[in-house]
Design a protein around this ligand. Structure first.
Ligand code: AMP
Length: 496
């Protein structure tokens, strides 16, 4: 599901891609309360709807609600409807119009092997192809969520155990995903073969937890154990004596891990650690590298909050230019892109940010943002800063130019709606957004900020197609092949 309602890249209008967070726990008496808390910490990944499924040794329970986690799952009456010691939960974004409760995960089904609930973050790049095949053979689909496709594949598998059926199903899926499944006795976690979407394992009083980011472990006071590895399936099973067994498998052909760079640039919470790297440190390093690559004479460094703040701190430290909160964010408004149309989205920027005149008037301002997608935010903010009396406004962006859409669960519009594609070169982009100067972090600068090394062109260490066109998996639904666009890659090089 996407925030880009007006130009979603959907294929026949019946697929959704997900920006979401997942949380699951096994063997804890407060399973659903802990799941609600975990989801609360993951709402930056999706804040439109949330669902929890639990099992109490007798039956499965499910609650799905539109709105914030805190609007519903802090109510003891709602949590009382989710008893048991196994629970998984999901929080999601969706403004594709397809906001129906039936798409809210986890999805639950009674199968030959017993009840099973599943929830995922990410997007399957062959989900639609498989859905069409399944429907052609008579299956009934009740949602447009790809998790339902996985449920059907589990139902059809001829393996006898739920674990083997689950593995059989995910082997048929391609794309970027972090998936949780629960049965009457098991909590299963799976991460896509490339490790595009994040998934971590934690421990609370000896009980296993899986969640999208470490910030969800912190909120419940759980210990971080490790990241689920790329291509790994971890099966935790509650035994009749109350003990829990943990079995880790690698069913996919092993390939090197390539975590998604956009988690570090924008998506993950700064207090999380993704694939063992602090998101905050990575963002600060992006700012440091940006100051080295694209210095500017200015009086004050101002972040576009909240995304640009860690990079602005790095930029200020490296350049010696004072850091000030020249833009104040109104926290009672969701992310800009939650607005469904372009006109309301533009308005939303003003709802969300306001200029702090005292720190801006009469000054040369260097504004730091984490990314430019369509340019909507930049145009509004630059005008706002000028109106507040800035003498110059320079934009420094803590990631490279974005030329390509994402198909793994980061919400991006069609390529022709991306500012970099609309205007082609930096000078034209700079004129369009109305800045005095504009510079982007280079791809090597970004790689070094996150992983300490330049991009290895033969074996890139991260998923970076939005900048380079190098998609790490097949894109079966889109093309039936892996997509690279040499023209766009060379444009990116020019952009530096
Ligand atoms: P735009 O206004 O279209 O150029 O988008 C850039 C702004 O949106 C930046 O301030 C980012 O922090 C934020 N942003 C970038 N990617 C996303 C995304 N996938 N969803 C929501 N916001 C985003």
């Amino acid at each position: 599901m996407t925030h880009w309602n007006d130009d979603d890249f959907d294929l026949n209008g019946d697929t959704l891609h997900e920006e979401c967070g997942v949380f699951g726990i096994l063997g804890h008496d407060d399973a659903s309360t802990l799941t609600a808390l975990g989801l609360h910490a993951l709402q930056h990944r999706g804040q439109e709807a949330a669902g929890i499924v639990s099992f109490d040794g007798r039956q499965f329970y499910q609650e799905k609600r539109m709105g914030l986690v805190g609007d519903h799952y802090t109510d003891p009456a709602v949590l009382a409807k989710l008893p048991g010691s196994i629970a998984i939960g999901h929080t999601r974004y969706s403004t594709t119009g397809e906001v129906a409760l039936r798409n809210v995960q986890p999805l639950f089904a009674e199968l030959e092997v017993g009840g099973i609930a599943i929830a995922h973050n990410g997007n399957f790049t062959n989900g639609l192809t498989l859905r069409r095949q399944i429907i052609a053979t008579g299956a009934i689909c009740q949602s447009t969520s790809d998790s339902e496709v996985v449920l059907h594949l589990i139902a059809r598998s001829r393996h006898s155990s739920s674990t083997d059926r689950f593995i059989d199903a995910i082997r048929q899926m391609e794309g970027g995903y972090a998936m949780l499944a629960m049965t009457r006795t098991k909590l299963i976690a799976a991460r896509d073969p490339v490790g595009i979407r994040p998934l971590v394992m934690g421990d609370l009083d000896g009980k296993p937890i899986f969640c999208s980011e470490t910030c969800a472990l912190d909120i419940v006071g759980a210990k971080y154990v490790r990241d689920v590895e790329n291509g790994e399936v971890i099966i935790c099973e509650l035994q009749p004596d109350g003990s829990i067994t943990i079995d880790a498998r690698k069913p996919a052909r092993p390939v090197p891990e390539r975590p998604c760079l956009f988690e570090y640039v924008y998506f993950a919470r700064p207090d999380s650690s993704v694939s063992g790297r602090s998101v905050y440190t990575a963002r600060k390093n992006m700012g440091i590298n940006l100051a080295k690559e694209a210095p500017v004479e200015a009086d004050v460094v101002v972040p576009v909050p909240d995304g640009g703040t860690p990079a602005a701190i790095g930029f200020a430290q490296q350049s010696g230019i004072p850091f000030e909160l020249g833009i104040i964010r109104n926290h009672y408004v969701g992310r800009t892109f939650i607005e469904p149309t372009q006109s309301i989205r533009a308005f939303g920027v003003r709802l969300k940010h306001s200029a702090n005149r005292a720190e801006i008037a009469g000054k040369r301002v260097v504004l730091i943002d984490d990314s430019i997608v369509r340019g909507t935010t930049s145009i509004k903010i630059i005008q706002m800063i000028r109106d507040a009396g800035a003498t110059e406004v320079h934009i420094r962006v803590a990631s490279p130019m974005i030329f390509h859409s994402d198909y793994y669960g980061i919400d991006t519009p069609d390529p022709d709606k991306l500012l970099a594609n609309q205007y082609g070169d930096i000078d034209a982009m700079c004129r369009y957004i109305g800045a005095d100067s504009l510079q982007f972090l280079s791809i090597d600068g970004l790689y070094q900020a996150v992983g300490g090394k330049k991009r290895d062109p033969k074996a890139p260490q991260f998923t970076d197609h939005y900048f380079t066109g190098d998609y790490p998996t097949q894109l079966t639904d889109l093309h039936g092949r892996t997509m690279t666009d040499p023209k766009q890659v060379s444009l990116l090089k020019e952009a530096g």
